[in-house]
Each structure stands twice: as C-alpha cells, then as structure tokens.
Design a protein around this ligand. Structure first.
Ligand SMILES: O=P(O)(O)OC[C@@H](O)[C@@H](O)c1c[nH]c2ccccc12
Length: 260
C-alpha cells in the first residue's frame, strides 16, 4: 500500500460518514453556496508572477511544518503580499487542516481559494463550494478517466475552476479534458516523496496551450520559477517554503519582490 492508497481508502470512509450527518442537499443551503466564485485560472493567466501560496500545517513527508501561525493571519498575509491565489489544505488526518480553515480564509480574503483535498466523491465538490472555495484539486493518480471527466464537469456546473494534478505521462494522457482549466504537474512523487522540477519540464511540452500550466511542490527559489516560465508555466504552487517561516505572508511578500 502506498500513502496515496492509504489516504484514498480513508477519504472514502470519511465521506460516507459525513454524508449521513450532513447530506449534500443541505450543503446547497450554506450561504457561500450562492457566492459567485473568482476564477483562479484567470488570475494566473493575467498575473505577472502567478504564485499560489499554500496553508499547510504538516504533511506525511515532513510531519510538523508550522502549527503556530493562525489561518487568518496567513491568509491576510498572502493576500497583502500580492499572491494570485491561496491553496487551503482541508484534510485533517494527514495534513492537519480542516474545512474551518477554508471558511476562515474565505471570511478574511477576496482572492481565489483552492480547496486542497483528496477528492474521491462528488460530495466533496459541493462541500468545497459551500465552504467558500473558488477552485478544486483533482488528482489523476486517485481517479479513473471517467471520474476525472464527471467530477470536473460537476465542478464547472457550479462555477468552480478545476486544477488537475498529474505526475507522469500516463496520468497526463487521461487528463486532457475540456472541463479542466489548469493542469498541475506535481514535482513530488506522492508514492516515494521524491521531488524534482525536471518532471514539470518534461511534461510541459505535452500540455496543450488551452490549459493553464501549474508547477507544484518543492519550489523554493526565484531562479526555479524563472526557469519554469521558459517552459510555459503560469502558476507555481508553493507551500513549505513559506509555511516553514514564522511569518508566511511576509516570506511570500519578500519572494514576490525578488521575482519582479
Ligand atoms: O510544500 P510544497 O513542497 O511547496 O508543495 C505544495 C503543494 O504542491 C503540495 O502540498 C501538494 C501538491 N499536491 C498535493 C496533493 C495533496 C496534498 C498536498 C499536495
């Protein structure tokens, strides 16, 4: 069993339990469900820098990253820094996040928010909208092509953008769907935790121009971003590099200044 298998098995159980307590029909009555989302894909296309900064307390590969800063502090700091959007991990068991983090980030910001979650059931897409997200993540390694198609179409039907994450050619081939806005190349292998931005460079040439290209994970230098831009990337997902500091918002601000 890989960590990804463990997480998806856990998620299926978690979602089934949640559905019994709070059915999808009730999620549709949450106040944020009627909010008009802001497009993350558009924000990245138009941004000079295109950074998506992540809120990540811990991870299976690094254990604790930062459990001292508060979500509202981080969200306000990222928005002030001029970041294009924010990724909020909502998984509790493996990453120490929650849907409360998402709703709190929404309450204090007006830039695009990505719900970072292991989505294995459409229920979680409705949940993302109800808790204030503008975009969802789908992971090709966790889902069949028919699910990728159905789930991305559901997200689009309720106004959410879709970031579809791949890590190899086989995953990329099943992911080139018209209902997908952004294709993310995860530089971290979720099976071995090995990180290399070469994977972004290799896969970039196989991603058609209609998709916004996003490079995810293991990015800690301005030089790497400049290099990746040459390969057509418009979005850069950065977590640890900001979260490991005492003031993630300030770190993001310094990083953006170096990029300009
Ligand atoms: O902290 P990093 O190395 O900058 O990575 C951020 C982000 O890409 C990473 O957290 C991530 C990418 N895909 C995921 C899927 C699930 C959970 C987390 C992730």
């Amino acid at each position: 069993m890989t960590i990804l298998d463990t997480i998806t098995a856990y998620k299926l159980k978690e979602v089934n339990a949640k559905k019994k307590v709070l059915p999808q029909s009730l999620l549709e009555h949450f106040p944020f469900f009627d909010r008009v989302p802001i497009s993350l894909a558009e924000a990245l296309r138009n941004a000079p820098t295109g950074i998506i900064a992540e809120h990540k307390r811990r991870s299976p590969s690094k254990s604790v990253i930062n459990d001292k800063v508060s979500i509202d502090e981080v969200a306000i700091g990222y928005e002030k820094a001029g970041i294009s959007g924010m990724s909020v991990l909502t998984d509790t068991k493996f990453f120490g996040g929650s849907l409360d983090d998402l709703v709190l980030a929404r309450a204090v910001t007006s830039f695009p928010l990505l719900r970072k979650e292991f989505i294995v059931d459409p229920y979680q897409i409705y949940e993302a909208k109800a808790y204030g997200a503008d975009a969802i993540l789908l992971i090709a390694a966790c889902l069949k092509q028919s699910e990728l198609k159905d789930y991305s179409e559901i997200a689009k039907s309720i106004g959410l953008d879709v970031l579809l994450e791949v890590h190899n050619m086989e995953e990329l081939e099943k992911s080139l769907l018209p209902s997908v806005d952004m294709l993310g190349v995860n530089n971290r292998n979720l099976k071995t935790f090995e990180v290399s931005t070469n994977i972004s460079k290799e896969l970039s040439k196989h991603i058609p121009d209609e998709f916004v290209k996003v490079s995810e994970s293991g990015i800690s230098s301005v030089e790497t971003i400049k290099e990746l831009k040459e390969y057509g990337f418009n979005g850069f997902l950065i977590g640890e590099n900001f979260m490991k500091t005492d003031n993630p918002g300030e770190s993001a601000s310094d990083f953006l200044k170096q990029l300009q």
